[in-house]
Design a protein around this ligand. Structure first.
Ligand code: NAG
Ligand code: NAG
Ligand code: NAG
Ligand code: NAG
Length: 386
């Protein structure tokens, strides 16, 4: 709280930033317009934050809770004419858009918004099936086409999945209805054209990129900015990193060091920058030494954890990527369960993705580094988030 007050005071004295104090959002937009970024910028979605603590309290406690689908940030879209509204995860780790539908009778479909194609005058059905397997959870459904509206901008002819089954618990407890995938078409199930590809093809974005800002704990303002980069969300330079694979948003990490020593990825490793994953994850084998160095032990919920009173002595984890260092301080990866618990959990988890040896730089990483997903040049831009 104190920090917040001091920052506001400084802003008020800085040249050109006085208007920020009056109405931060409007001033930022005005600033962007000066640089031409707002022309055709198609959408900014303010996400709700789904706190870990709430996540813990609604989920079964006898299995690892944190997984591929347990993301914390989601936003609203609508589909059809008249619009039917859905809350979705904007997920850079997958490529399909799907929402629950009136054709579905799984438990997950009893308390989420359901798309009814018969209630939309612009809906086109197909008899093509869709089946998606996520890290945990899966869905099957059929494909259809309709207009998808994201903060007032209409993407026409968007192919998307209408769920017919959503087996298991994953989506039943989810605070979101469906998923809007933002990775490459090549990993799209059934070859459905992803939303951002249509945005580019339909000339809805001024630049073929989108940027993700995930605000830290307790702060609002998280957003995806389609077609532009919001200079108010980062400080310093943007480092551009060429993708090592145009499938997920995949890059090469040269090494991961702790206190100057290699803790993982001695011979480099592959990582994806994934908004749909809460944590930092790595393959079980590769992660073991890393967790030993951090002194982590598994708690009753399956989280890697430490005693909260040692948080101050925890090291900074450094990702070395393309010649630059991306430090992750303990404030970024150590979390309180609740104020009364003496153990704190780490935003780090073992996760084996097929046999790919992929690491996931999830929300824990993206909160520290404003991330720009550049489809035009197949690069990821990273800059220190503010
Ligand atoms: C999304 O829609 C829900 C329900 O209408 C609303 O409560 C929530 O504030 C919306 N979230 C955002 C980020 O607009
Ligand atoms: C529309 O309604 C018909 C008749 O009830 C039904 O067979 C069909 O599955 C519905 N279509 C969708 C997309 O819900
Ligand atoms: C759906 O139902 C489950 C089980 O009753 C509940 O825990 C969950 O919070 C509900 N989800 C939503 C989005 O209402
Ligand atoms: C942290 O607390 C535990 C008991 O709750 C205690 O045994 C330990 O010595 C404390 N460690 C530090 C560094 O204060």
């Amino acid at each position: 709280m104190k920090v917040l007050v001091i920052l506001c005071a400084l802003a008020a004295f800085s040249e050109g930033l006085i208007r920020v104090g009056l109405d931060k959002k409007k001033s930022q937009k005005a600033l962007m317009k000066e640089y031409g970024l707002l022309d055709n910028v198609i959408a900014t979605s303010n996400y709700n934050r789904f706190t870990k603590y709430k996540g813990l309290s609604v989920q079964p406690t006898n299995e690892p809770l944190l997984n591929y689908m347990d993301a914390e940030y989601f936003g609203n879209i609508s589909i059809g004419t008249p619009p039917q509204e859905f809350t979705v995860i904007f997920d850079t780790g997958s490529s399909n858009l799907w929402v629950p539908s009136s054709l579905c009778s799984s438990p997950a479909c009893t308390n989420h918004s359901l798309f009814d194609g018969n209630q939309s005058s612009t809906f086109l059905s197909t008899n093509q099936n869709l089946a998606i397997q996520y890290g945990t959870g899966s869905m099957t459904g059929i494909l259809g086409y309709d207009v998808v509206t994201i903060t007032g901008i209409e993407v026409t002819n968007q192919e998307f999945g209408l769920s017919v089954t959503e087996p298991g618990d994953t989506f039943t407890y989810a605070p979101f209805d469906g998923i809007l995938g933002l990775a490459y078409p090549v990993i799209s199930s059934s070859g459905a054209t992803p939303v951002f590809d249509n945005m580019m093809d339909q000339g809805l974005v001024s630049e073929d990129l989108f940027s993700v800002y995930l605000s830290p704990d307790g702060k609002s303002g998280s957003e995806v900015l389609f077609g532009g980069i919001d200079t108010s969300h980062y400080t310093g330079n943007i480092n551009w990193i060429s993708l090592s694979s145009d499938t997920y948003w995949q890059i090469t990490v040269s090494s991961i060091t702790i206190n100057g020593n290699i803790a993982a990825c001695a011979d480099s490793c592959q990582a994806i920058v994934d908004t749909g994953t809460s944590f930092l994850t790595g393959p079980t084998d590769a992660l073991q030494n890393f967790l030993n160095v951090l002194g982590a032990t598994k708690d009753a919920h399956g989280y890697e954890s430490i005693m909260c009173n040692t948080t101050g002595q925890m090291p900074t984890i450094v990702f070395n990527i393309d010649g630059n260092e991306y430090p992750l301080p303990p404030s970024a990866y150590v979390f309180e369960q609740d104020p009364t618990s003496s153990t704190c959990y780490l935003g780090i988890e073992a996760m084996d993705i097929s046999s790919s040896e992929l690491w996931i730089l999830g929300d824990v990483f993206i909160r520290e580094y404003y991330s720009i997903f550049n489809r035009g040049q197949n690069m990821i831009g990273l800059a220190k988030s503010v």
